[in-house]
Design a binder for this molecule. Structure first.
Ligand code: AMP
Ligand code: MG
Length: 267
């Protein structure tokens, strides 16, 4: 599976309308599900090595509109990995304490330690998306924050952290159907948030905010991917492949023992 065409290059101006939300690739759903299953043991083995090596870390940032599939993606990505080596952080409306610090304070605190993989369900990108759409910050501050984000991610990159950022791209119609399902299904209703309808009314503002943000912050070392996300199975297959490719490229190794195993006798 070729993931390159979903990767956003550095510089230039991204148009989300140029990306399909309902792509299904060449194969069938059954083939994708088989690929996902086949990939799991390799992902688990790579994560085990990352943890054992303890030298590098991976940060996966998930951003999407409401009902875009962030929670489902977290479940999918985590499945089969060793929980001891993975952290998941879901970023909510900042608390008064968090607001009394700079916007990256709460984010840096949960960036992955060496050996760890971290998944961000929402992230520091909320601070240039929802805040901007709601007019909590002006355009000059948005630009300053892009600079801060670029510098912050470069700081992590310069250490041991590889960063992959995923925008789950769903259509307005698909969002409508998912919100409706949350409303109708008693077991999904807990996820329904009346406030999400207000955000939906600002669909075009969010589109622009995402386009500007992704354009300004995609880099070779911390790339954005636009993931067609109307079909969950395609989304999961593509994200699994991106995760595998990234870990393969990081090529974590089991550490060499600092003793000669042949000289150790266990009595
Ligand atoms: P959910 O992901 O459905 O649990 O909702 C979390 C809510 O927190 C969303 O409405 C986000 O927009 C909001 N949120 C997350 N981070 C921030 C932030 N930095 N500033 C303002 N709102 C945020
Ligand atoms: Mg929500």
């Amino acid at each position: 599976m070729n993931t390159k065409k979903y990767r956003v290059g550095e510089g230039g101006k991204l148009k989300l309308s140029a990306f399909k939300t309902n792509e299904t690739g060449k194969g069938s759903e059954a083939e994708a599900l088989a690929r996902i299953d086949a990939r799991r043991p390799r992902l688990a083995a790579l994560q085990e090595r990352l943890y054992a090596e303890g030298q590098q870390s991976l940060l996966m940032v998930l951003q999407a509109r409401d009902a875009g599939g962030k929670d489902g993606t977290v479940k999918h990505v985590m499945y089969g990995l060793n929980p001891q080596g993975v952290t998941v952080t879901s970023f909510k409306v900042p608390t008064p304490l968090e607001l009394s610090h700079d916007f990256l304070w709460r984010v840096h605190a949960v960036a992955p330690a060496a050996g760890m993989m971290a998944v961000f369900n929402r992230s520091h990108y909320e601070d240039v998306l929802v805040t901007r759409v709601h007019g909590l910050i002006g355009e000059a501050e948005v630009k300053r924050r892009y600079e801060h984000i670029r510098a912050f991610e470069a700081l992590l990159n310069g250490g041991h952290t590889r960063i992959v950022k995923l925008y789950l791209h769903v259509s307005k119609e698909e969002q409508k159907q998912r919100l409706q399902a949350r409303l109708d299904d008693p077991e999904k209703r807990w996820k329904f948030n009346v406030g999400d309808l207000k955000e939906r009314e600002r669909w075009d503002d969010y589109t622009k905010a995402y386009e500007d943000t992704i354009s300004a912050t995609s880099s070779r070392t911390a790339p954005w991917y636009v993931i067609p996300a109307d079909h969950k199975w395609f989304r999961n297959d593509l994200i699994g492949q991106i995760l595998q490719d990234t870990l393969e490229n990081m090529n974590p190794q089991f550490p060499e023992p600092d003793f000669d195993p042949r000289t150790v006798e266990i009595k």
